[in-house]
Write a protein that binds this ligand. Sequence first.
Ligand code: COA
Length: 209
Amino acid sequence: MATRSRSRDDTVPSGGGAAGGETDAGESNGGEAADGPPLQAAAIAVRSAVRLAVSADLDALVALEQAVFATDRMSRQSIRRFLSSPSAVVLVARTQDDLAGAAVLLVRNRSTVARLYSIAVDPRAAGRGVGPALLEAVESSAAARGATRIRLEVHEHNARAIARYHKAGYRQFGRHARYYEDQGDALRFEKMLAPPSDRGVAPVARPLP
Ligand SMILES: CC(C)(COP(=O)(O)OP(=O)(O)OC[C@H]1O[C@@H](n2cnc3c(N)ncnc32)[C@H](O)[C@@H]1OP(=O)(O)O)[C@@H](O)C(=O)NCCC(=O)NCCS
């Protein structure tokens, strides 16, 4: 399990809205991501399966938190608030039946800097392109909302995440000393975003059917 690497001082944006998707997809993940059967080994089109989270994803998002993070988990209430916050974008990567990963992006009004607040891939889906697919969708969503760059913090010892960010084109630009509860430093990363017109992919704009 990973140590939570997002900022300690983040607060969950409040307020109504549908940034994370208000429609109910009518399907329930039933919280099976942590305890259910292994994710299907069949070839999956993860890239096309990343979509905005909906309220029906809540149980699976909570289960993903519990499966991935050992400390400082987002509470069920926090996740629910992210799902309805106008300044938060919650994305989920699905296989046919399971939640394979999720990401929370914060894009405040009139800010050109978006913040990747959290990203997590179910350990059973590791190495299958879920992280890159989520990051690509995060970046498209941020650009579509007017952001020109994404920033994030990551624990200095989180080698897997740091490797993923480097491979996705993020560059370290700073460091916060003793940022985390264990006194570890936070590495600050950022990536400049191509404008939506140059991205060549449709932004994640609404839940897939
Ligand atoms: C960070 C995370 C989302 C990336 O997921 P992912 O893109 O699917 O990638 P993986 O974890 O499979 O591996 C990332 C890359 O790092 C490499 N890697 C794995 N372990 C590594 C290690 N200990 N040191 C260096 N590189 C490592 C992998 O080989 C992979 O590279 P590749 O795609 O070229 O093979 C995922 O690892 C995760 O959910 N981690 C726990 C939660 C977390 O730390 N989130 C970030 C902070 S909120």
